[in-house]
Design a protein around this ligand. Sequence first.
Ligand SMILES: [Zn+2]
Ligand SMILES: [Zn+2]
Ligand SMILES: [Zn+2]
Length: 331
Amino acid sequence: MPELRKDPIHGRWVIISTERSRRPSDFTPEERRPVGGFCPLCEGNEDRTPPEVLAFRDNGTPPNSSGWTLRVVSNKFPALRIEGELNREGEGIYDKMNGIGAHEVVIETPRHEETLATLPLKSIKNVLLAYRDRIVDLRRDPRLRYVLVFKNHGLAAGASLEHSHSQIIALPIVPKRVSEEILGAKTYFHYKDRCVFCDIIRQELQQKHRLIAENQSFLSVAPFASRFPFETWILPKTHYPSFEHMELSQYEQAAQILSDTLKKMNRVLTDPPYNYVIHTSSSPEVDGEHYHWHVEIMPKLTKVAGFEWGTGFYINPTPPEEAEEYLREAK
Ligand SMILES: [Zn+2]
Ligand SMILES: [Zn+2]
Ligand SMILES: [Zn+2]
């Protein structure tokens, strides 16, 4: 059973994952790891993944067989486990709980060679709708407090499988990064009576220095205080606290801006490794006024090193206004 442990100084939780316990020899340097070979996520290999929890099938083929356009399965090596009661306990000064949660894999396409940037719009929309359905379902579990959707693309960004996929982790706590963001937005709202994200959107649409792309309902921007070169955020123009509670028509618009933004990154940075996360409200009833869901895309172009670890500061060698120029112009 994995375990959640809280650092008593910083208040952040870590997952001590016993599922894939590693010895020193298991940490092979990246360049020596083999590529290619058998892929459990490809169509036809459905029996090599845990059973699906959701699938889109145009021709009504039976579950866990071929003929799907998208599948969601439990992670074969989950960081957290769904079975059991949540047990919070202390050990001297330390707090811990057992690793209750969910860890799922969204297989975005049956075809191995496709990536999110090359998929047709309809498939990207289905990926977003799968995220929505899974978040809504996982949030029904009273033990779980937060659902994070994220994607690792490329070896350098932590993807252990080549086949295009994203992941969903549902946690029994609200993670520190998310609660800090919610608190920051709440404090801003307290002083100004306005949503900080709505204010950012208004200013970026007006100034256009950092505006990468835009459609009817969404925009993507290089954030003013970008931590990483070519960091990009996607935000809905309408104030929605949670990703999973938008009108259906919005997901098509979201798919379009995501596709557009990833294609631009591909063009300018030649299929870079990247991570993205979807930050959605932990509790729309509580955060509804001040929190505004968004995607944060972080191309992995630099390595986080000593100064960053020691200070929490990031040194970004590419000003967001320059990143924006390259990306906006890319077709
Ligand atoms: Zn594959
Ligand atoms: Zn807002
Ligand atoms: Zn965020």
